[in-house]
Design a protein around this ligand. Structure first.
Ligand code: PYC
Length: 318
């Protein structure tokens, strides 16, 4: 286990934090990013915990390990992780990564390809500082799937892939309002538990580990919808969740409610907004394009004193 100091740069994307590890991480080899993510998970989980968990982090922290790319023509590779595990994909984190790389002077305005465990994505850093990410192919797997949730009855949701697996619920559960955070967390956590118990999964048996609830926007002049997203480690997303917005775009497109050239404005529980558009693929899937803003707001060196019992973080109770 490496005890070299870690150098990290912090940012937030529309309220949701990203902590990019720019040096000091373990050697994961030079294989495909999916293989390196597995090595990180199985052999170096201390890095995730040291970066995201207390005392350095908190439940909403998303980490991003900057790597050399495996795929050609990429400016970098990245592996995302949170308080409980690695993440397949993270769009708010990609926006944070791009702004961090620009802050470091490594990239400028323009389109950049980035290698991830679920495929190559591209991100455009625009002249106004906003970032548009072209995500992996996304699709709706099933519509209006019923799940019996104790205390709530039959809850219906769409199952969609937007780089992570989502269960998307519209118009059921507590009102999507900041004052209902606890009730929304309890509702979505109960839904997630039942999906697992009832064997309702994404493709290939992958766990549906993100639950997204939609309600009307506070201000229809600024957004089309407002969401609450429960992430795998039971933290809510402070941003509108880019992979969740991608899953929503896939569902809207599959339902004939969003066409190429039209823009969907997804507000978060904090009323920050991502803009989304779709590009149709021949197989019926879409490439979601999601844009938003991020700000660098910190930089640290982490030290690992062997006498410190919490040098690798306090494990999440989840
Ligand atoms: O923006 O894709 C996202 C995301 C996933 C988990 C937290 N944020």
């Amino acid at each position: 286990m490496s005890q070299a100091p870690l150098h990290v740069i912090d940012s937030h994307t529309e309220g949701e934090p990203t902590r990019v590890v720019i040096s000091g991480g373990p050697d994961l080899g030079d294989g495909p990013l999916a293989k390196r993510a597995r090595i990180l998970r199985e052999k170096h989980d201390w890095l995730r915990s040291a970066v995201c968990n207390e005392p350095r982090g908190h439940e909403a922290m998303v980490g991003a390990l900057l790597c050399e790319p495996h795929e050609p023509d990429c400016c970098c590779g990245v592996i995302f992780f949170n308080n409980v595990s690695t993440l397949n994909m993270c769009i708010h984190g990609t926006i944070g990564l791009v702004v961090t790389l620009a802050h470091m002077g490594k990239i400028g305005a323009g389109v950049h390809r980035i290698d991830t465990p679920v495929g190559v994505i591209s991100a455009e850093l625009r002249a106004d500082g906003s970032v548009e990410v072209a995500n992996v192919p996304s699709y709706r797997k099933a519509a209006a799937v019923p799940v019996d949730v104790p205390g709530w009855g039959i809850v219906r949701g769409d199952i969609a892939w937007g780089g992570n697996w989502f269960f998307l619920i519209d118009g059921q559960g507590p009102a999507v309002d900041f004052k209902n955070l606890e009730a929304l967390t309890a509702f979505t956590w109960a839904v997630r538990q039942e999906l697992g118990k009832q064997g309702i999964t994404g493709d290939g048996g992958m766990e549906i580990d993100h639950i997204e609830v939609f309600g009307p926007p506070h201000d229809p002049a600024l957004a089309d919808s407002r969401n609450f997203v429960l992430c795998p480690g039971k933290a809510y997303d402070r941003s509108p969740c880019g992979t969740g917005t991608s899953a929503k775009l896939a569902c809207l497109h599959a339902a004939g409610k969003l066409k190429p050239g039209e823009t969907w404005r997804q507000a978060s529980i904090l009323d920050t907004v991502f803009q989304g558009t779709v590009e149709e693929l021949p197989d019926g899937k879409i490439i979601p394009r999601v844009s938003g803003r991020a700000w660098v707001n910190g930089e640290s060196i982490y030290h690992f004193n062997p006498a410190d019992p919490f040098r690798h973080g306090i494990p999440s109770p989840i």
